[in-house]
Ligand binder design. Structure first.
Ligand code: UDP
Ligand code: MG
Length: 309
Protein backbone atom coordinates (compact mmCIF):
# COMPACT_ATOMS: atom_id res chain seq x y z
CA UNK A 1 0.00 0.00 0.00
CA UNK A 2 1.22 3.47 -0.75
CA UNK A 3 2.14 5.78 2.07
CA UNK A 4 1.44 9.46 2.71
CA UNK A 5 3.79 11.25 5.12
CA UNK A 6 2.69 14.44 6.83
CA UNK A 7 5.47 16.53 8.37
CA UNK A 8 4.48 18.92 11.16
CA UNK A 9 7.06 21.17 12.85
CA UNK A 10 5.84 22.12 16.34
CA UNK A 11 7.15 24.79 18.64
CA UNK A 12 5.06 25.52 21.73
CA UNK A 13 1.90 24.06 20.25
CA UNK A 14 0.43 22.34 23.34
CA UNK A 15 -3.08 23.59 22.55
CA UNK A 16 -3.05 22.71 18.88
CA UNK A 17 -1.40 19.33 18.33
CA UNK A 18 -4.30 17.14 19.44
CA UNK A 19 -6.79 19.29 17.51
CA UNK A 20 -4.50 18.99 14.53
CA UNK A 21 -4.29 15.23 14.83
CA UNK A 22 -8.04 14.88 15.16
CA UNK A 23 -8.81 16.95 12.07
CA UNK A 24 -6.04 15.57 9.92
CA UNK A 25 -6.47 11.90 10.78
CA UNK A 26 -10.16 12.19 9.97
CA UNK A 27 -9.24 13.32 6.47
CA UNK A 28 -6.51 10.70 6.10
CA UNK A 29 -8.78 7.84 7.13
CA UNK A 30 -10.94 8.59 4.12
CA UNK A 31 -7.98 8.12 1.77
CA UNK A 32 -7.24 4.90 0.01
CA UNK A 33 -3.71 5.07 1.39
CA UNK A 34 -1.68 4.46 4.52
CA UNK A 35 -0.44 7.54 6.39
CA UNK A 36 2.10 8.65 8.97
CA UNK A 37 2.09 11.98 10.77
CA UNK A 38 5.60 13.02 11.75
CA UNK A 39 5.57 15.62 14.49
CA UNK A 40 8.87 17.42 14.99
CA UNK A 41 9.09 18.80 18.50
CA UNK A 42 11.38 21.76 17.97
CA UNK A 43 12.51 22.23 21.57
CA UNK A 44 9.13 23.41 22.83
CA UNK A 45 9.16 24.99 26.26
CA UNK A 46 5.55 24.13 27.11
CA UNK A 47 3.75 20.80 27.33
CA UNK A 48 3.86 20.03 23.60
CA UNK A 49 6.02 16.95 24.12
CA UNK A 50 3.62 15.51 26.73
CA UNK A 51 0.71 16.07 24.36
CA UNK A 52 2.60 14.45 21.50
CA UNK A 53 3.50 11.43 23.64
CA UNK A 54 -0.17 10.97 24.50
CA UNK A 55 -1.00 10.97 20.81
CA UNK A 56 1.82 8.56 20.14
CA UNK A 57 0.65 6.12 22.81
CA UNK A 58 -2.89 6.22 21.46
CA UNK A 59 -2.10 5.97 17.73
CA UNK A 60 1.27 4.25 17.42
CA UNK A 61 0.73 3.12 13.85
CA UNK A 62 0.17 6.66 12.53
CA UNK A 63 2.12 8.97 14.81
CA UNK A 64 5.90 9.48 14.82
CA UNK A 65 7.77 12.04 16.87
CA UNK A 66 11.17 13.54 16.25
CA UNK A 67 12.24 15.18 19.47
CA UNK A 68 14.98 17.81 19.03
CA UNK A 69 17.58 18.49 21.69
CA UNK A 70 16.69 22.20 21.59
CA UNK A 71 14.90 24.76 19.41
CA UNK A 72 16.53 24.72 15.98
CA UNK A 73 13.89 26.70 14.09
CA UNK A 74 11.14 25.74 11.69
CA UNK A 75 13.47 25.22 8.73
CA UNK A 76 15.42 22.57 10.63
CA UNK A 77 12.18 20.95 11.73
CA UNK A 78 11.04 20.75 8.12
CA UNK A 79 14.33 19.25 7.02
CA UNK A 80 14.28 16.60 9.74
CA UNK A 81 10.71 15.69 8.86
CA UNK A 82 11.55 15.32 5.18
CA UNK A 83 14.59 13.20 5.99
CA UNK A 84 12.59 10.83 8.20
CA UNK A 85 9.54 10.65 5.94
CA UNK A 86 9.16 7.32 4.18
CA UNK A 87 6.08 8.20 2.15
CA UNK A 88 5.54 8.03 -1.59
CA UNK A 89 3.91 11.41 -1.13
CA UNK A 90 4.93 13.95 1.47
CA UNK A 91 2.96 16.89 2.83
CA UNK A 92 4.30 19.69 4.98
CA UNK A 93 1.85 21.38 7.35
CA UNK A 94 1.77 23.81 10.28
CA UNK A 95 0.44 22.50 13.57
CA UNK A 96 -1.97 25.41 14.06
CA UNK A 97 -4.52 24.32 11.43
CA UNK A 98 -3.80 27.38 9.31
CA UNK A 99 -3.26 24.83 6.58
CA UNK A 100 -6.65 23.19 6.00
CA UNK A 101 -6.29 19.37 6.02
CA UNK A 102 -9.37 19.21 3.82
CA UNK A 103 -7.06 20.08 0.90
CA UNK A 104 -5.19 16.79 1.16
CA UNK A 105 -7.51 14.57 -0.92
CA UNK A 106 -7.63 17.16 -3.68
CA UNK A 107 -3.85 17.54 -3.69
CA UNK A 108 -3.37 13.80 -3.90
CA UNK A 109 -5.82 13.52 -6.73
CA UNK A 110 -4.05 16.25 -8.71
CA UNK A 111 -0.67 14.60 -8.25
CA UNK A 112 -1.93 11.18 -9.22
CA UNK A 113 -4.22 12.02 -12.11
CA UNK A 114 -2.77 15.15 -13.64
CA UNK A 115 0.90 14.28 -13.62
CA UNK A 116 1.83 17.13 -11.33
CA UNK A 117 4.84 16.85 -9.03
CA UNK A 118 4.12 19.54 -6.49
CA UNK A 119 0.80 20.96 -5.34
CA UNK A 120 1.40 24.08 -3.28
CA UNK A 121 -0.98 26.48 -1.60
CA UNK A 122 -1.15 30.20 -1.86
CA UNK A 123 -2.93 32.73 0.30
CA UNK A 124 -4.71 35.26 -1.82
CA UNK A 125 -5.48 37.55 1.10
CA UNK A 126 -3.45 38.58 4.07
CA UNK A 127 -6.45 39.40 6.20
CA UNK A 128 -5.97 39.35 9.93
CA UNK A 129 -2.35 40.33 9.54
CA UNK A 130 -0.89 43.70 10.57
CA UNK A 131 -0.85 46.13 7.59
CA UNK A 132 2.80 46.97 7.96
CA UNK A 133 3.71 43.29 7.87
CA UNK A 134 1.76 42.74 4.65
CA UNK A 135 3.46 45.75 3.13
CA UNK A 136 6.95 44.52 3.91
CA UNK A 137 6.06 41.01 2.81
CA UNK A 138 4.93 42.26 -0.59
CA UNK A 139 8.01 44.42 -1.03
CA UNK A 140 10.21 41.48 -0.04
CA UNK A 141 8.74 39.27 -2.76
CA UNK A 142 9.12 42.00 -5.35
CA UNK A 143 12.76 42.51 -4.40
CA UNK A 144 13.81 38.88 -4.22
CA UNK A 145 12.05 37.99 -7.45
CA UNK A 146 13.79 40.77 -9.29
CA UNK A 147 17.16 39.13 -8.66
CA UNK A 148 16.62 35.47 -7.91
CA UNK A 149 16.91 32.98 -10.77
CA UNK A 150 13.78 31.12 -9.68
CA UNK A 151 10.41 32.63 -8.91
CA UNK A 152 9.45 32.69 -5.26
CA UNK A 153 5.70 32.95 -5.32
CA UNK A 154 4.13 35.70 -3.19
CA UNK A 155 1.85 34.30 -0.52
CA UNK A 156 2.92 30.70 -1.10
CA UNK A 157 2.75 28.76 2.15
CA UNK A 158 4.98 25.91 3.15
CA UNK A 159 1.83 23.73 3.00
CA UNK A 160 2.40 21.57 -0.05
CA UNK A 161 2.35 18.01 -1.27
CA UNK A 162 5.29 16.54 -3.13
CA UNK A 163 6.21 13.25 -4.72
CA UNK A 164 9.07 11.07 -3.49
CA UNK A 165 11.19 12.22 -6.40
CA UNK A 166 10.82 15.88 -5.41
CA UNK A 167 11.69 15.09 -1.78
CA UNK A 168 14.84 13.28 -2.85
CA UNK A 169 15.84 16.30 -4.91
CA UNK A 170 15.21 18.65 -2.00
CA UNK A 171 17.33 16.49 0.27
CA UNK A 172 20.24 16.81 -2.13
CA UNK A 173 20.52 20.47 -1.17
CA UNK A 174 22.71 20.23 1.88
CA UNK A 175 23.00 23.87 2.88
CA UNK A 176 22.92 24.86 6.52
CA UNK A 177 20.98 28.09 6.02
CA UNK A 178 17.81 26.68 4.56
CA UNK A 179 15.28 29.03 3.01
CA UNK A 180 12.60 26.51 2.13
CA UNK A 181 10.45 28.82 0.05
CA UNK A 182 13.45 29.23 -2.21
CA UNK A 183 14.54 25.61 -2.10
CA UNK A 184 11.07 24.36 -3.07
CA UNK A 185 11.16 26.66 -6.08
CA UNK A 186 14.78 25.94 -6.93
CA UNK A 187 14.33 22.19 -7.46
CA UNK A 188 11.82 22.89 -10.20
CA UNK A 189 9.26 20.25 -11.29
CA UNK A 190 5.72 20.84 -12.37
CA UNK A 191 4.03 22.89 -9.69
CA UNK A 192 0.48 24.17 -9.33
CA UNK A 193 -0.94 26.32 -6.59
CA UNK A 194 -4.28 26.01 -4.89
CA UNK A 195 -5.54 29.37 -3.71
CA UNK A 196 -7.32 29.99 -0.46
CA UNK A 197 -8.30 32.69 1.99
CA UNK A 198 -6.13 33.28 5.03
CA UNK A 199 -7.18 31.22 8.06
CA UNK A 200 -6.25 32.31 11.58
CA UNK A 201 -4.50 29.86 13.85
CA UNK A 202 -6.90 27.84 16.06
CA UNK A 203 -5.10 28.45 19.33
CA UNK A 204 -1.79 29.61 20.73
CA UNK A 205 0.28 32.45 19.31
CA UNK A 206 2.49 32.96 16.31
CA UNK A 207 6.14 32.67 17.22
CA UNK A 208 7.22 35.13 14.52
CA UNK A 209 7.83 38.72 15.52
CA UNK A 210 8.32 41.45 12.96
CA UNK A 211 12.10 41.36 13.47
CA UNK A 212 12.19 37.57 13.14
CA UNK A 213 10.51 37.97 9.79
CA UNK A 214 12.86 40.77 8.80
CA UNK A 215 15.89 38.60 9.59
CA UNK A 216 14.25 35.74 7.69
CA UNK A 217 13.81 38.00 4.67
CA UNK A 218 17.50 39.01 4.73
CA UNK A 219 18.39 35.33 5.05
CA UNK A 220 16.28 34.53 2.00
CA UNK A 221 17.86 37.25 -0.09
CA UNK A 222 21.39 36.25 0.89
CA UNK A 223 20.62 32.59 0.26
CA UNK A 224 19.09 33.06 -3.16
CA UNK A 225 20.82 35.93 -4.85
CA UNK A 226 24.22 37.57 -4.90
CA UNK A 227 22.81 40.75 -6.43
CA UNK A 228 23.49 42.88 -3.32
CA UNK A 229 27.20 42.14 -3.72
CA UNK A 230 27.03 43.51 -7.22
CA UNK A 231 25.25 46.58 -5.87
CA UNK A 232 28.41 47.55 -3.99
CA UNK A 233 30.47 47.24 -7.17
CA UNK A 234 27.99 49.29 -9.18
CA UNK A 235 27.86 52.02 -6.55
CA UNK A 236 31.64 52.03 -6.46
CA UNK A 237 31.92 52.45 -10.22
CA UNK A 238 29.26 55.16 -10.29
CA UNK A 239 30.84 57.21 -7.52
CA UNK A 240 34.36 56.81 -8.94
CA UNK A 241 33.27 58.12 -12.34
CA UNK A 242 31.42 61.00 -10.72
CA UNK A 243 34.40 61.88 -8.56
CA UNK A 244 36.75 61.76 -11.52
CA UNK A 245 34.60 64.23 -13.44
CA UNK A 246 34.37 66.40 -10.34
CA UNK A 247 38.15 66.36 -10.03
CA UNK A 248 38.63 67.61 -13.57
CA UNK A 249 36.03 70.28 -13.01
CA UNK A 250 37.65 71.53 -9.82
CA UNK A 251 41.12 71.44 -11.33
CA UNK A 252 40.15 73.69 -14.22
CA UNK A 253 38.05 75.92 -12.05
CA UNK A 254 41.05 76.49 -9.78
CA UNK A 255 43.26 77.18 -12.81
CA UNK A 256 40.86 79.69 -14.31
CA UNK A 257 39.34 81.39 -11.26
CA UNK A 258 42.15 80.87 -8.74
CA UNK A 259 39.62 79.91 -6.07
CA UNK A 260 41.33 77.25 -3.96
CA UNK A 261 39.61 77.10 -0.55
CA UNK A 262 35.85 77.07 -0.27
CA UNK A 263 33.12 74.60 0.56
CA UNK A 264 34.11 73.04 3.84
CA UNK A 265 30.52 71.90 4.62
CA UNK A 266 30.08 70.25 1.25
CA UNK A 267 33.37 68.43 1.81
CA UNK A 268 32.19 67.02 5.13
CA UNK A 269 28.92 65.90 3.62
CA UNK A 270 30.70 64.15 0.78
CA UNK A 271 33.09 62.39 3.14
CA UNK A 272 30.22 61.20 5.31
CA UNK A 273 28.26 60.09 2.28
CA UNK A 274 31.17 58.00 1.07
CA UNK A 275 31.73 56.64 4.57
CA UNK A 276 28.10 55.57 4.69
CA UNK A 277 28.30 53.82 1.36
CA UNK A 278 31.51 52.07 2.36
CA UNK A 279 29.96 50.81 5.57
CA UNK A 280 26.90 49.62 3.67
CA UNK A 281 29.08 47.74 1.21
CA UNK A 282 31.11 46.24 4.05
CA UNK A 283 27.89 45.22 5.76
CA UNK A 284 26.67 43.47 2.64
CA UNK A 285 29.96 41.63 2.28
CA UNK A 286 29.74 40.76 5.96
CA UNK A 287 26.31 39.17 5.50
CA UNK A 288 27.63 36.86 2.82
CA UNK A 289 30.86 36.21 4.66
CA UNK A 290 29.04 35.21 7.84
CA UNK A 291 26.84 32.81 5.91
CA UNK A 292 29.89 31.33 4.19
CA UNK A 293 31.59 31.01 7.57
CA UNK A 294 28.65 29.12 9.04
CA UNK A 295 28.42 26.88 5.99
CA UNK A 296 32.10 25.93 6.17
CA UNK A 297 31.63 24.66 9.70
CA UNK A 298 29.18 22.17 8.19
CA UNK A 299 27.36 21.66 11.42
CA UNK A 300 24.23 19.52 11.35
CA UNK A 301 20.99 21.51 11.01
CA UNK A 302 19.49 19.77 14.02
CA UNK A 303 20.16 17.18 16.71
CA UNK A 304 17.60 14.50 17.48
CA UNK A 305 17.29 13.55 21.11
CA UNK A 306 14.89 10.72 20.46
CA UNK A 307 12.85 9.36 17.58
CA UNK A 308 9.54 7.72 18.38
CA UNK A 309 8.94 5.35 15.50
N1 UDP B 1 7.66 26.43 14.41
C1 UDP B 1 8.76 25.59 14.67
N2 UDP B 1 9.90 26.13 15.22
C2 UDP B 1 10.01 27.46 15.50
C3 UDP B 1 8.91 28.30 15.19
C4 UDP B 1 7.76 27.75 14.64
O1 UDP B 1 8.70 24.39 14.44
O2 UDP B 1 11.06 27.88 16.01
C5 UDP B 1 6.43 25.84 13.81
C6 UDP B 1 5.15 26.17 14.55
O3 UDP B 1 4.91 25.29 15.61
C7 UDP B 1 4.10 26.04 13.46
C8 UDP B 1 4.86 26.47 12.22
O4 UDP B 1 6.24 26.37 12.54
O5 UDP B 1 3.67 24.70 13.29
C9 UDP B 1 4.48 27.88 11.79
O6 UDP B 1 4.64 28.75 12.87
P1 UDP B 1 3.61 29.92 13.18
O7 UDP B 1 2.21 29.41 13.10
O8 UDP B 1 4.06 30.52 14.48
O9 UDP B 1 3.94 30.90 11.99
P2 UDP B 1 2.88 31.69 11.06
O10 UDP B 1 1.79 30.73 10.68
O11 UDP B 1 2.40 32.81 11.88
O12 UDP B 1 3.72 32.10 9.89
MG1 MG C 1 0.68 29.67 11.83
Amino acid sequence: MRLLSIVVPCYNEQETVSLFYEETSKVCESLDMDYEIIFVNDGSKDKTMEELKKLYEAHKDHVKIIDFSRNFGKESGLLAGLEYAKGDFVTVMDADLQDPPSFIPKMLEMIEKEDIDIVGTRRVTREGEPKIRSFFAREFYKLINKFSEVEIVDGARDFRMMTRQVIDSILELKEYHRFSKGIFAWVGYKTVYLEYQNVERVAGETSWSFWNLFAYAIEGIVAFTVAPLRLATLMGIFISVLTFLGMIFIFFRALIFKDPVAGWPSMVIIIMFLGGIQLLALGIIGEYLSKTYMETKSRPSYIVKKYYD
